[in-house]
Write a protein that binds this ligand. Structure first.
Ligand code: ATP
Length: 223
């Protein structure tokens, strides 16, 4: 049988939160992954530029996963020029890990639905398996083009991911945590606390480094 798969969780991590961390830990254990690599993007291909630099987002991710064996912060997208395409990231991981190691691209259900907008999306399964984890508020059905793509690749048994290095799609149930970075940024911008939605160490660093500050209140210009 092939070696234990490597999990790859890409994202903006703006900032990292328990909705990333808890499902990643569940996948590490239930899919018997060798590790989960958290790969913050330098320039997100699918949303506006974050207010916090990629280096700062990576530093927060490192704090969040400190001490968790099997969690790895991977800075390869920060070292690459141009938009952060997952295709390029997987190609580079494939070079690092060789042709036999199963790679599992982990995506939330929202990101999975958007897959047909990704750069060279049909070729992603030549480089990796895809593990789609459920996310609150995101329901079936998939867009028809994606449904057609998934049908011949779908597997139900996590062990199938160890039968080959790439090519399968697995839908995996994870604990449903209705947490998003958008909401955390909104709370911080309003001066409210996002505590218990993300690790305390991350929140402390956000405060120390004055990240995601409340928006300045506009004072009316005297007439
Ligand atoms: P934003 O609100 O800024 O769009 P986000 O909270 O969705 O951010 P990302 O960094 O964009 O976080 O997410 C990285 C990956 O983690 C994506 O595949 C996303 O679907 C998944 N993900 C994020 N939050 C959750 C969650 N609460 N449950 C399951 N998957 C999640």
């Amino acid at each position: 049988m092939a070696p234990h798969p490597i999990g790859i969780l890409g994202g903006t991590f703006d900032p990292i939160h328990y909705g990333h961390l808890r499902p990643a830990l569940e996948l590490l254990e239930t899919l018997e992954l060798a590790e989960v690599r958290f790969v913050p993007c330098r320039i997100p291909a699918h949303r506006e530029a974050p207010s916090v630099t990629a280096e700062q987002r990576l530093a927060l991710a490192r704090l969040a996963m400190a001490g968790q064996s099997g969690f790895v912060a991977d800075d390869r997208e920060l070292r690459r020029e141009g938009p952060s395409y997952m295709f390029d990231t997987l190609a580079s991981l494939r070079e690092d890990f060789g042709s036999d190691t199963p790679l599992c691209l982990i995506v939330g259900a929202d990101a999975f639905r958007d897959l047909p907008t990704w750069h060279r999306w049909r070729e992603l399964t030549q480089l990796a398996h895809i593990v789609a984890m459920q996310r609150p508020g995101v329901s079936q059905p998939l867009p028809p083009v994606l449904e057609e793509f998934v049908a011949p690749r779908r597997v139900c048994d996590p062990l199938a991911l160890r039968q080959g290095p790439a090519g399968s799609v697995l839908f995996q149930l994870v604990t449903q945590l209705d947490i998003s970075a958008t909401r955390i940024r909104a709370l911080l911008a309003r001066g409210q606390s996002p505590r218990y939605l993300l690790p305390d160490a991350v929140l402390a660093a956000i405060r120390d480094r004055a990240l995601y500050r409340p928006l300045p209140v506009k004072t009316p210009v005297p007439a």
